[in-house]
Design a protein around this ligand. Structure first.
Ligand code: HEC
Length: 115
């Protein structure tokens, strides 16, 4: 039992090359990843690797000047009629919780690209 638990813990810790480093608090994770890793995997194709914008607009703190709730809604539900998909659990199965979307948004609003 104890050995089994240790092995399971190890597998989780090593699960995937971009798994979060140990010590990142669970409430800081987005889809089981650090926000920047989740962004790189899911958002950068449209919003740019450095959040400089591509198909979608740039997502940098200086550009995101509307209310947080507005952007939270955009990320949760997407924008119909545009390429922006919804990422919330109510929109796609296995989607992000409200807390995860808040964390992702915090990262977009508070941390400069590349951090
Ligand atoms: C398939 C392309 C695509 C992907 C993937 C995508 N977006 Fe978007 N996103 C867009 C487009 C296009 C818009 C602009 C929609 C419009 O015209 O109102 C947008 C708009 C936004 C906005 C609103 C920006 C503003 O200035 O109003 C936010 C915030 C945003 N996206 C966050 C994200 C996040 C976070 C992810 C990843 C979890 C993501 N997007 C993934 C295409 C995408």
């Amino acid at each position: 039992m104890i050995i089994g638990a240790a092995v399971a813990g190890l597998l989780v810790a090593c699960g995937g090359s971009d798994a979060p480093p140990p010590g990142v608090p669970p409430e800081d994770l987005v889809g089981g990843r650090e926000a920047r890793v989740f962004y790189a995997r899911n958002c950068s194709a449209c919003h740019g690797q450095e959040r400089e914008g591509r198909i979608g607009p740039a997502l940098t703190p200086d550009r995101l000047t509307q209310e947080r709730a507005f952007y939270a809604q955009t990320i949760t539900l997407g924008r119909s009629g545009t390429a922006m998909p919804g990422w919330g659990a109510q929109t796609i199965s296995g989607g992000l919780s409200e807390q995860e979307i808040t964390r992702l948004l915090e990262w977009l609003l508070e941390e400069a690209p590349n951090q």
